[in-house]
Write a protein that binds this ligand. Structure first.
Ligand code: 1HN
Length: 366
């Protein structure tokens, strides 16, 4: 809707007197609200980020090239970031979410650090990858999902593998920086002492619908740090046998804190969704930003009216309040989309809103 001539919206016409007045205010670090009111109060969210698709077949060779160019000891982390044209200044892939592809050679290990940003990783390829989070060593395979909540010591390595391992990192670092709340520390010994059994959180908390009677947990994030692909895919297929799923998301499940049923971390949520053979969802939009990773299969999504064709390990984003729908191209197999989002922030600030696309039977393009 145009801003001009709408009662209740700013529509002050410039005059020489007003120009002089604005100049006088500016001299005292003050300004007239009505000159910016319509920009800072848009009718609805106007995301800076644009819908994007990052193709794995294009990025993979570039990620591998970095193995010969920098060492983790020098670079800290050997990562190729995903950038969005109008979010480059804050290193965000979409909204206030950062993402990148990290690579490690067999035998490499990066030192431990901690920060106030929360992080997650989705493993793409390679065997022998591990991450140590607060003294717990987690072994990682393809399509496993692991969290590094804010404030936890963490370090990664690749041992036993014969090929480089590559994973996608996701962090809320642009948000934490925008809130001016970030702290960063290098571990005093450079590496942690592993003080719990390997995969301990998975052993105690990774059991479907069974939780310890006396949980030893009082932290604001999930005690379960790793969510394996086998369990996840199995859960989706079982759920698919019991439901038609959501018209917008197919058969979708959220990775949760098993003690609360809430999101895995205070600022970041994550999901895996299954699109049945040939399924094409209806479009909707919601506040909150999402980065998708194609865990399995091939298809396309229509995001803000634009079609993006994807296949395994491609990554794409849906900016806040942007119409989106997904289609599985395969007529004989399901497709799975991993995604992470800032919904926990939207929900805890009471900002979450959702709307269905009504025209054209719910599809943006025919
Ligand atoms: C970080 O801690 C990691 O631990 C990866 O692997 C990427 C990007 C920004 C800030 C911290 C890691 C990161 C990061």
């Amino acid at each position: 809707m145009p801003d001009d001539n709408v009662p209740g919206r700013a529509r002050v016409v410039d005059t020489p007197e007003l120009a002089a007045y604005y100049g006088a205010l500016a001299q005292h670090e003050a300004g007239a609200l009505w000159t910016v009111a319509n920009d800072i109060e848009p009718w609805e969210p106007k995301p800076h980020a644009i819908p994007m698709l990052w193709r794995y077949e294009v990025l993979r060779p570039l990620v591998l090239q970095s193995l010969e160019l920098v060492r983790p000891e020098d670079a800290g982390r050997r990562v190729v970031m995903l950038l969005n044209p109008r979010r480059r200044n804050v290193s965000a892939a979409v909204g206030w979410l950062y993402s990148g592809l990290q690579v490690m050679k067999p035998g490499e290990a990066a030192s431990a650090h901690r920060h106030m940003a929360s992080a997650l990783r989705f493993i793409i390829e390679g065997s022998g990858a591990y991450t140590i989070v607060d003294g717990e060593r987690l072994t990682l395979g393809a399509n496993d999902f692991v969290i590094t909540p804010n404030g936890t010591w963490h370090e990664h390595g690749n041992d036993g593998g014969t090929s480089p391992c590559i994973w996608q990192d996701g962090l809320d670092i642009p948000l934490i920086n925008a809130l001016e709340a970030n702290f960063y520390e290098v571990h005093p010994d450079l590496h942690q002492r592993v003080g719990r059994p390997i995969n301990a959180s998975h052993l105690s908390y990774g059991n479907v619908a069974l939780k310890p009677l006396e949980p030893d947990w009082r932290k604001p994030y999930s005690p379960l740090l790793k969510f394996g692909w086998d369990n996840t895919y199995d859960a989706l297929r079982r759920h698919a046998a019991a439901t038609t799923g959501s018209p917008f998301d197919g058969v979708a499940m959220e990775y949760v804190n098993p003690l609360t049923g809430g999101p895995v971390m205070p600022t970041l949520g994550a999901q895996m969704q299954l699109l049945r053979a040939g399924e094409h969802t209806c479009a909707h939009r919601h506040t909150g930003n999402v980065l998708y990773h194609v865990a399995k299969g091939a298809g396309h999504s229509v995001i803000g009216g634009q079609r993006f064709d994807w296949k395994e390990h491609d990554i794409f984003c849906v900016p806040s309040w942007t119409w989106h729908e997904h289609a599985n191209a395969l007529s004989s197999d399901d497709a799975c989309l991993f995604s992470f989002n800032d919904f926990p922030v939207m929900r805890s600030l009471a900002l979450y809103r959702e709307e269905a696309y009504m025209p054209n039977d719910g599809h943006q393009i025919s």
